[in-house]
Ligand binder design. Structure first.
Ligand code: PGA
Length: 248
């Protein structure tokens, strides 16, 4: 299991320190769940100084695919690696919709992350309109196929997928466990077609979208749900830790 917290554009570096400390003090005994804390870039340096537990990863929320250069405002994989970052959220629906990120652009970032030994958490998910038009699987298929294009066989173990239905993000409206399982199983089937069944079994597929302490256990109990990507409920150390505990 992997439980990842996506803070989005919340918390100053000063505020972040106390949240990270509170999380760390509550998870010292937990070794069977991997935990990722993905604060804004401005909290990565202090996060990296605080985290030493092997199963607690520091994560970023985005990166650029080029190694360096004239890309004002951007951050590269090597800059993240230098701060002991282990994973990076890519293709989040907010990046797709507010910042115009395309499947092709996201794919470049996924490949660059893997080349730099960063674990990409590739997000996919349909909008409400697409679900109502029965286009969920078509959208997921396109986003997954284009997102993972060109990944070498030996790097697949490092890939994490996150199914985040756009209509469930930050809305308090969660997919039912059955809905999540249906799409997760479909994503695994796609991965087994693109790579192999054996490789597909190894990819962790997280659910994200209004996951909270009171609904996490039933979602995480689904056979193809291998963890969660948590936004709002990860901003409070106690609720994030409660979700981690429901993955035990
Ligand atoms: P949410 O966000 O938990 O606040 O719905 C999840 C996400 O966007 O990763």
């Amino acid at each position: 299991m992997l439980i990842a917290g996506n803070w989005k554009m919340n918390k100053t570096a000063t505020e972040g320190v106390s949240v990270i400390k509170n999380i760390l003090s509550s998870v010292q005994q937990i070794t069977s769940v991997d935990i990722a804390i993905c604060p804004p870039f401005t909290s990565l340096a202090s996060g990296s100084a605080l985290i030493s537990q092997e199963n607690v990863w520091l994560g970023a929320q985005n990166m650029h695919h080029e190694p360096l250069g004239a890309y004002t405002g951007e951050i590269s994989a090597s800059m993240l690696k230098d701060l002991s970052v282990s994973c990076v959220i890519l293709g989040h629906s907010e990046r797709r919709s507010y910042f115009g990120e395309t499947d092709e652009f996201i794919n470049k970032k996924v490949l660059s992350a893997l080349q730099n030994h960063l674990i990409p958490i590739l997000c996919v998910g349909e909008t409400l309109e697409e679900r109502e038009q029965n286009r969920t699987m078509e959208v997921i298929s396109r986003q997954v196929r284009k997102g993972v294009a060109g990944i070498p066989e030996q790097a697949i173990d490092q890939l994490v997928l996150a199914y985040e239905p756009v209509w469930a993000i930050g809305t308090g409206r969660t997919a039912t466990p059955e809905m999540a399982q249906e799409v997760h199983a479909y994503i695994r089937k796609l991965l087994s077609e693109i790579f192999s069944q054996q490789k597909a079994e190894k990819v962790r597929i997280l659910y994200g979208g209004s996951m909270k302490p009171d609904n996490a256990a039933s979602l995480l109990a689904q056979p193809d749900v291998d963890g969660g990507l948590i936004g709002g409920a990860s901003l409070d150390a106690a609720s994030f830790v409660n979700i981690i505990k429901s993955a035990l």
